[in-house]
Every structure is written in structure tokens, then in C-alpha cells.
Design a protein around this ligand. Structure first.
Ligand code: SAH
Ligand code: SF4
Length: 349
């Protein structure tokens, strides 16, 4: 059975080297095998042609290269956004999105099967929570897409951890994946082109600060009053706005990195003049970017998207009156439900 074997993509370079030493192989093979796995992206141990046949057989007997099965692939007719439905070894399924821009390709990666945070507006949250993804399941979302792009002489250039799940609830695997994909012996994706989006898990923000990973941090803010944020995101009861504010101040002092705030615009809920004023006050305490996201009505609830006029008014106040560094985030792949917050594949065992 494949499953009783070691999944090679779960190992970082040091672990891989220890592992091949334990199989009686030469130490310098560690680097080479790591390169086959994480840079050349081979799918088969026997494709590692500079490893002796005997050693490849030993590897093959004890370990395997995990792969993801694509069970559905949709391409947006509007903007070319691609959505992949992958099946995991245990039968669970996850979604990953490839966003195409003129000069770059961004992969929106999932970190969990479903999400336990259960924000009221989010389709993933509504789909329930199963488990954390393993390192190889996270990596393979990127690797599967990178292989396909290489066939078109393109590459994955940016990573956003904005797919299904709360990345900071799977932080050990998240950090391991970030180190592997940004390693020059792997895909060598600059840390500045990797964004982690969180609902505001303070322990995760602290860990990111300690690890000095220098990736981009995005905070799903969505409300600047605790009563409203409590209603949208139950996690606010555990990590309320004032605690989030304090840790983000500390984060910025220690890392000197800009923080991106995400704010979903919901009709008659968080788009009043008072909300706009408080939001401007909040973000001006930081070196910031603010992304306004008009609500996508994807879950059964009472929320609606504000009118275009209301969205413009909210934006204009922030931009012109308060000089906030703000954009309205363009939607991608609306015809295939490819946008953030729309991913909701139920588990099909
Ligand atoms: N769990 C992490 C990352 C995944 S969600 C987080 O919450 O930050 C990615 C982004 O999509 C978040 O900013 C989230 O708030 C937003 N989102 C979720 N549901 C949405 C919806 N219905 N409409 C618009 N944006 C949504
Ligand atoms: Fe989870 Fe993010 Fe969706 Fe909230 S918005 S339920 S944290 S995936």
C-alpha cells in the first residue's frame, strides 16, 4: 500500500537527507533527490536519472511521491481563471484557483479541508471542517499547477494562502511549505510574493513574527467594531479587535512590513459613514494597504452586496477624504465561483 510508505514531499531537505542515510544511501544524494522533487517536480522515482538504479529501487520500496488527482477543472470564459478540484488520498476534496494576470500567475492555495472558523459570509466555513492538509497536499496544489504552466512555458509567480481554511490553524505545515517553495533549490518563489491571509489568529501572527519569514500578511478585518465583527466572525470573541490591533502594531514594529487589510462590503451592515471613519482611523495606525471586497452572495444568509453608488461613496471617502491606500478588489472567475470565499467543495468520501 502506498499509504504505509513515506510521502517524500512531506520532508524538508534535512529530513530527506536523514531519511536517505537511513536507507544506506550516500549523503550527497539528499540534495539531488530534493532537487528532483521540489525543482524538477518529477512524478516518478525512476525519473531521478542521476540516482543509481539500486538506490532508486530502495527509495521506491520504502517511499513514494504523492500526487493530487484532478477530478474537475474549470476555466473562466471571462478572464481565464482556472479552478481545480483535487481528490486527496483519503477521499476528501479541496479546491485551488489559478489567477491569471498579464505578467504573472497567482495560485490561491487551500490549507484545510473546510474551515472551523465559520465566518458567517464564507462558503468554505459553511461547508464544515474535516482536517488540516499535510505538507504534501499543500505543496502539490502548487506543483500540479506549476507542471501544467511549464508546458505553456510559464510558471507560478505568486502564492496567496486565501483558499479553503485558516492557514494559521495549520501553522507548522504552512511554515514548512513556505520555506520549501521559497528555497532556491525548490521553486525559488520570493517571500515577498507569498501572502498569508488570516481571520486574525493572534498566536499565528506572533509565530510569523518570530520566524522572521518576511512574507506578506493580510488580515481579514471586515468590521472595526467588536459587536459587528463578533457577528461576522466568531473568532473575534477569542481575539477581539483591540488585541488584534496590539499584536499587529508589534508585528509592524518588529518586521517593518506593510500589512494588507481586507474588508468585505455588506449592505446596511458595515458601510455607514461611521464605519468608514473608524476604518480610516484603524488602518492609518499602520503602514497599510486596504482591499475592499464587495460581498459575494454565496451562502444562505441575510447579507447583500451594497449598491454601486454606496460602494463608490465608501471608497471615495477613504481614498480622497482620508488618503487611505485603498482599492476595490476586482473579481475573478465569477462564472466558475473562483473568487475568494466561494470555494466550498463538500467532502465526498
Ligand atoms: N481563512 C483566511 C483565508 C481564506 S478566506 C481568511 O479568512 O483570511 C480569503 C478571503 O475571502 C478572506 O478575506 C475572506 O474574508 C474572503 N471572503 C470569504 N467569503 C467571502 C464572500 N462571501 N464575499 C467576499 N469575500 C469573501
Ligand atoms: Fe475560514 Fe477564512 Fe472562510 Fe472565515 S473567511 S470561514 S477563516 S476560510
Amino acid at each position: 500500500m502506498e499509504n504505509s510508505k513515506i510521502a517524500l514531499l512531506n520532508l524538508n531537505e534535512a529530513e530527506l537527507t536523514d531519511y536517505i542515510l537511513s536507507l544506506g544511501m550516500k549523503k550527497f544524494y539528499g540534495k539531488q533527490i530534493y532537487n528532483w522533487l521540489h525543482s524538477k517536480l518529477v512524478r516518478n522515482i525512476h525519473d531521478m536519472t542521476n540516482i543509481s538504479l539500486k538506490d532508486r529501487e530502495a527509495l521506491d520500496n520504502n517511499s513514494y511521491i504523492p500526487l493530487l488527482n484532478i477530478i474537475k477543472h474549470q476555466i473562466s470564459k471571462i478572464d481565464g481563471t482556472e479552478k481545480f478540484l483535487f481528490k486527496l488520498e483519503d477521499g476528501n476534496t479541496i479546491e485551488t484557483v489559478l489567477l491569471k494576470h498579464k505578467d504573472r500567475n497567482t495560485v490561491c492555495v487551500s490549507t484545510q479541508v473546510g474551515c472551523p472558523i465559520k465566518c458567517k459570509f464564507c462558503a468554505t466555513g459553511a461547508s464544515g471542517y474535516e482536517r488540516n492538509l499535510t505538507v504534501h497536499e499543500i505543496l502539490n496544489q502548487i506543483y500540479t499547477i506549476e507542471r501544467r504552466l511549464r508546458n505553456r512555458e510559464q510558471n507560478v509567480n505568486n502564492i496567496v494562502f486565501m483558499g479553503m481554511g485558516e492557514p494559521f490553524l495549520n501553522i507548522d505545515n504552512l511554515i514548512k511549505v513556505i520555506k520549501i517553495i521559497s528555497d532556491e533549490k525548490g521553486l525559488n518563489i520570493s517571500r515577498r510574493k507569498i501572502t498569508v491571509s488570516t481571520s486574525g489568529i493572534i498566536t499565528g501572527i506572533e509565530r510569523l513574527m518570530e520566524e522572521k519569514l518576511q512574507v506578506e500578511l493580510a488580515i481579514s478585518l471586515h468590521a472595526v467594531f467588536n459587536e459587528k465583527r463578533d457577528e461576522l466572525m466568531p473568532i473575534n470573541k477569542k481575539y477581539p479587535l483591540e488585541d488584534l490591533f496590539t499584536v499587529l502594531q508589534e508585528y509592524q514594529k518588529r518586521t517593518n512590513r506593510r500589512i494588507t487589510f481586507e474588508y468585505i462590503l455588506i449592505k446596511d451592515f458595515n458601510v455607514s459613514q461611521g464605519d468608514a471613519e473608524m476604518l480610516a482611523d484603524f488602518v492609518h495606525e499602520f503602514d497599510h494597504a486596504l482591499n475592499l471586497i464587495p460581498y459575494n452572495p454565496v451562502v444562505e444568509n441575510d447579507f447583500e452586496r451594497p449598491s454601486e453608488k454606496k460602494i463608490e461613496k465608501f471608497y471615495n471617502y477613504l481614498k480622497n477624504d482620508r488618503k487611505v491606500n485603498v482599492i476595490i478588489r476586482g473579481e475573478k472567475g465569477t462564472d466558475i465561483d473562483g473568487a475568494c470565499g466561494q470555494l466550498r467543495q463538500r467532502t465526498t468520501k
